[in-house]
Write a protein that binds this ligand. Structure first.
Ligand code: PHE
Length: 342
């Protein structure tokens, strides 16, 4: 009887291990574990044994029955989890909607500008946000202690450069990349340089310490002010529509000569005067000028042979105009209610 018990145990475990379909589990249960199954039948024979043997075999039979029942329960649980009720797919249910990401409005405007300028043959360049005093100011014709440094409230950084000097700062403009690009690529050169800039501003709805600019530069032979004017006209028309007009007013930037502010007719009222342009009809958009000979020299380019033009847009301002955004601080707020609108 003990042998028979062992055989039942082995047969059961072997068959259980092979089962992959929950329907066969039930058959196995009936064959071995039910009231008319092999185990019960065997235990029915216990009564014919001697008292001692009855005790011994009875205990063994009970422990085998317990073991097989436990193994059976485990297997049936595993199979049901795998392919049973819990895993039914209702194909008629609507799918779970995947959240789509949103591009920041700054990125949208940046992409648009990059498209315009790559179509004009410009390459897109990048530069370091942690910049040296040399590239951010000195190479751009702003000598140390020159009063023009006061035009930009600068975050100086408490870090030594690789020569052990404290001359690092968070770049206040994308213009330093002008000189880096000249040094790297020489002339002629056409480049658009979008990037993040930093100034120690007291923030309000129109001022932010962290903001974006796009710098443009074009260097070649005989580039002159007339080229700058027609170039800025084209850019304005591509950005704001074909009827956009440009007006240029003198403005001092140390790294251009002559320097000017480019203003476009307001895209909303076409120059008639409205809320967006504060009733002037014009929007002040771009700083520009012919690249100063000192800056060309700093970039290793001979100003007797080459000349160039440069201009800089504030991307935040462009995006604010385009999408009617009334507070510049929203761009960096991480506020989903703001971002999800774009
Ligand atoms: N870098 C200037 C600024 O931040 C803008 C500018 C760029 C002006 C290029 C002229 C030429 O104000």
């Amino acid at each position: 009887m003990k042998n028979k018990l062992q055989r039942i145990r082995e047969d059961f475990l072997k068959q259980l291990a092979e089962i992959k379909d929950p329907n066969f589990l039930h058959e196995l249960e009936i064959k071995y574990l039910s009231r008319k199954g092999e185990l019960s039948e065997l235990m029915g024979g216990l009564k014919d044994l001697s008292v001692d043997l009855k005790k011994e075999v009875g205990e063994l039979a009970n422990s085998v029955k317990k073991e097989l029942q436990e193994k059976f329960n485990e297997a049936s649980k595993a199979l049901n989890n795998f392919s049973g009720k819990n895993n039914v797919v209702d194909v008629t249910l609507p799918g779970t909607k995947l959240e789509r990401g949103h591009l920041n409005p700054i990125t949208l405007v940046q992409n648009e500008l990059e498209d315009i300028f790559t179509s004009l043959g410009f390459m897109i360049l990048d530069g370091p946000e942690l910049e040296s005093d040399y590239y951010n100011f000195t190479a751009l014709n702003v000598a140390p202690n020159h009063p023009a440094r006061d035009m930009q409230d600068t975050f100086y950084v408490d870090l030594k450069n690789k020569d052990g000097q404290y001359d690092l700062l968070m770049r206040t403009q994308t213009s330093p990349v002008q000189v880096r690009a000249m040094q790297k690529y020489g002339a002629p050169l056409k480049a658009l340089i979008p990037g993040r800039c930093f100034r120690n501003e007291a923030t309000d709805a129109r001022h932010e310490h962290t903001f974006y600019q796009v710098e443009g530069m074009l260097i070649g032979k005989n580039i002159n002010f007339a080229n700058l004017k027609s170039f800025l006209e084209i850019v304005g028309q591509k950005l704001f529509g074909p009827s956009t007009k440009l007006r240029m007013r003198p403005k001092f930037f140390p790294f251009v000569e002559p320097g000017n502010n480019g203003e476009y007719t307001c895209f909303l009222c076409q120059g008639k005067g409205c809320r967006v342009c504060k009733n002037t009809g014009w929007l002040e958009i771009v700083g520009a000028g012919l690249i100063h000979p000192d800056v060309l020299r700093a970039g290793g380019i001979d100003p007797e042979i080459y000349s160039g033009l440069a201009f800089g847009f504030g991307l935040n301002r462009l995006a604010m105009l385009k999408y009617n955004i009334n507070d510049v601080r929203l761009f960096n707020s991480g506020d989903l209610k703001f971002l999800e609108q774009f």
